[in-house]
Design a protein around this ligand. Structure first.
Ligand SMILES: Cc1cc2nc3c(=O)[nH]c(=O)nc-3n(C[C@H](O)[C@H](O)[C@H](O)COP(=O)(O)O)c2cc1C
Length: 312
């Protein structure tokens, strides 16, 4: 079965790519990912705050990160995608260059801004994204992916604007920090949970809408647990499907299981390759393009109330 795909101009054996997570901190894990069938690996992010912090327990030596990339490159044959999360333009440019020099095959920009000040407008925030990406694009020649949040007024417009800057891929979507409140201690606490399968719907929706409208590749991340999730996202138009929570929950060998199930599904449905199903259920190609639009929301709502009639 031909599962091959192209992502960021790289030829990959399948769409299965472990996304940025602590699993990639160990070269042994990266070897295990390759053995389990990973087509490429995204490194955990290098965070500028962790380089600059004065708190020793959080401090990260950027040289260690760069050496780990070089070591991973020597250890495996699959592409290694670096990941960067900076807070200053100088940081973005200098570490993008250093990750390039360390031998990464591509770089994912984990741009993570939470604009909390009410005087900062949406267009100011968008222009910071654009100017940041424009500068990094000029600083490195390796393929660039931008990992985004869905929280833009017009996500499709943002995607097109980044595509116009010659980025090679968009990764949809980053999961943003959502703190909780500890009712006993009366503290706002970081609440970091793994995703659930329902989280794949948001990338499914937007990848379906964007497929065919961009030059850049599309990567799906969030809530991908099984082969059917991969099939749905590829049908919506994803070039790769990234996994993190599923591997943290079920272990790295879960990749192997998904690959076997992918092959079985494609064979059962008389498909010869992954490429054959790419984008067939995108908005552009599906039988009812309005299924991606607001009109279906209203129809969906009425279906919901007939399924669960409220007692009056
Ligand atoms: C423990 C943990 C650490 C993560 N670290 C990073 C990171 O360093 N950089 C990044 O871009 N995303 C990071 N992510 C986000 C994942 O790469 C992924 O995009 C997200 O969890 C959604 O995918 P999933 O549903 O498969 O987990 C992390 C997620 C988890 C759960």
């Amino acid at each position: 079965m031909d599962l091959t795909t192209k992502y960021l101009g790289l030829s990959l054996r399948s769409p299965l790519v472990p996304s940025a997570s602590p699993l990639s901190e160990k070269t042994d894990n990266i070897r295990a990912m390759e053995q389990a069938g990973a087509a490429a690996v995204v490194f955990h992010s290098l965070f500028e705050e962790q380089i600059e912090t004065s708190a020793p327990e959080f401090r990260v030596d950027p040289n260690t990160y760069l050496q780990n990339i070089a070591q991973a490159k020597r250890a495996v044959g699959i592409p290694i995608i670096g990941s960067l999360n900076c807070t200053t333009l100088g940081g973005w440019i200098s570490y993008a260059r250093r990750i390039t020099e360390a031998g990464a095959d591509a770089l994912e920009l984990n741009i993570y801004r939470i604009p909390t000040r009410p005087e900062v407008t949406g267009s100011t925030t968008e222009s910071i994204y654009i100017e940041t990406v424009r500068s990094i694009r000029a600083a490195t020649k390796i393929p660039l992916a931008v990992k985004l949040s869905p929280y833009f007024s017009s996500f499709a417009n943002m995607a097109i604007s980044l595509d116009d800057l010659n980025v090679d891929g968009l990764v949809l979507f980053n999961r943003f920090y959502q703190p909780d409140i500890d009712l006993e201690k009366l503290e706002v606490t970081p609440n970091f949970t793994l995703s659930t399968p329902a989280d794949m719907r948001l990338p499914l929706h937007w990848i379906g809408i964007l497929y065919g409208k961009l030059r850049a590749s599309l990567a799906a991340t969030s809530g991908i647990y099984q082969a059917q999730d991969v099939i749905k996202l590829v049908m919506a138009g994803a070039d790769v499907t990234m996994l993190c929570s599923a591997l943290m929950r079920h272990g790295i060998t879960h990749l192997q299981r998904i690959e076997m199930e992918l092959i079985a599904w494609l064979e059962q449905h008389q498909r010869k390759s992954m490429a054959e199903i790419k984008g067939i259920m995108s908005q552009q190609n599906c039988p009812d393009p309005s299924a991606f639009e607001r009109a279906q929301y209203v129809r969906g709502l009425s279906g919901y109330t007939s399924l669960f009639p409220m007692r009056r």
